[in-house]
Each structure stands twice: as structure tokens, then as C-alpha cells.
Design a protein. Sequence first.
Length: 169
Amino acid sequence: MADLDNPASLWPTPPTGAAKPEPRRWIWSAMDPPERRQRLRELAIWVDWLRRTFELHNQIPACWYRHPPVVEHLTALYIGWVRTYAGEGGRDLAEADWINTLHAFTSRLQLAACASGRHEEPPQPPPPTAGASEDFEAYLLTSQATTEPAQHPATVEVNRVMAQLDPPL
């Protein structure tokens, strides 16, 4: 059983002399269901720790796992936390940067609908607008933004400088 006061207890201890494992990528939709459930359990233990340690019980609703955008933000925070606190050395102030990132994300973790402690399903996305796909394809074929020949914004300046270096005779 994982120690809720020590999220690092979730991490397997590699054998001495073993190669450092590749960083894990958490792309929820690319995981098989058993892996998704396992990783969501891992994330849940860490989120419980995070809510208690940083007193975020009012900012992260208890039903956070029912809201895919919140799950994505918490996943990014968790992976950043693992890399910062379990990684090998690194940048100065990495931990402070992670804490700043946490506070920058906090507003994205709050859900007004669930603030009372009772989960409410998010509203359904609007149905696709009729003809939107065709309009988008027409835009791609006719818009100046998508049909204009490539030109680097500094081309004029580069040509001017080159002309000064090699003046006409």
C-alpha cells in the first residue's frame, strides 16, 4: 500500500547500477484501460497528497477525476513534480519554479459547478455547426494566410544588408 504522506513510495526502486528508465509519457487516450486505471490511481494518491500539503481542498474539487481538463492539468503538474523532485539534479530553483507553476495552474483546477462539494456534469459541447467543415476547407484553399508563398519576415532586411556589403559597380 502506498504511503499517502510520501508519494515517492509509488515509484519502483531501480536495481543498483540499472539504467535510468525513460521518462514516462502520460497520454490518457493512448493508454490501454488497465494502464489508464493504474495511472489514475497513482495520480489520485498524489492529488490527495497535493490537496493536503498545499491546502488546495477548496481549489481542487473532490470530483477532479470526473473532469478531463482538470485531469490533464493535474497530470502535467504531477509529471513536472516527479521530474523536479525525483529527477537527478537539474536547474537551480527548479522546486520554486514548480511551486510557481502549481499556483499558476490553480485557477484552472477550480470548477464553480462543483465548488459546493457536489459533482455536476460539465455542459455538453455544442453540436457542430452545419457546413463548418466545408467552410474550413474552403478557407484553407483560398485564404491568403494559407496560400501566400513562403517568405521569411527578415528577407527584406537581409537583402538590404547584402546590398550594402556588395554595392553595385
